[in-house]
Design a protein. Structure first.
Length: 148
């Protein structure tokens, strides 16, 4: 289970005095506690854990973008370091070619014919592909696939 791996890695990071790993893993554990509170469960399933970490990864990416715009490379670097640790626990991201193939199937099943119907496709795509890629990638691919 992912939660058990995180707990073990936390101990290993403490022993190794790995400040970056320790900071990131503590943030992950905090996100797990929050996710458990939101769902009302004590046991965090791998699915809930992955969603929590995907949310953390997105927050880190957004923060990096903002910090770089504001010329705060020191803060952007900290976020980048944490993002690398978080991404080690996430499943491998889906490649663009694979994403396009899957989205074509979803578009065909939904019957969407134009970009105006992206509202029909997006929820289906997020449900099927949510754990394998992020919403931004799905949206960009849909813009390529659906005519205006």
């Amino acid at each position: 289970m992912l939660v058990e791996k995180i707990n073990k890695d936390l101990i290993d990071a403490m022993k190794a005095k790995d400040e970056v790993g320790l900071r990131a893993i503590r943030a992950i554990k905090s996100a797990f506690l929050l996710a458990g509170t939101e769902t009302g469960t004590k046991e965090i399933s791998d699915e809930i854990a992955i969603k929590a970490m995907q949310k953390m990864a997105k927050q880190r990416k957004d923060s990096i973008e903002i910090f770089l715009k504001e010329n705060r490379t020191d803060l952007a670097q900290k976020e980048q370091e944490e993002l690398k640790v978080i991404e080690t626990y996430l499943p491998a991201a889906m490649g663009k070619d694979e994403l396009i193939i899957e989205l074509k199937k979803i578009i065909e099943a939904s019957g969407a014919t134009s970009m105006k119907e992206v509202g029909k496709v997006m929820p289906l795509a997020m449900k099927q592909l949510g754990g394998k890629t992020d919403g931004k990638s799905i949206n960009e691919a849909l813009r390529e696939l659906l005519p205006n």
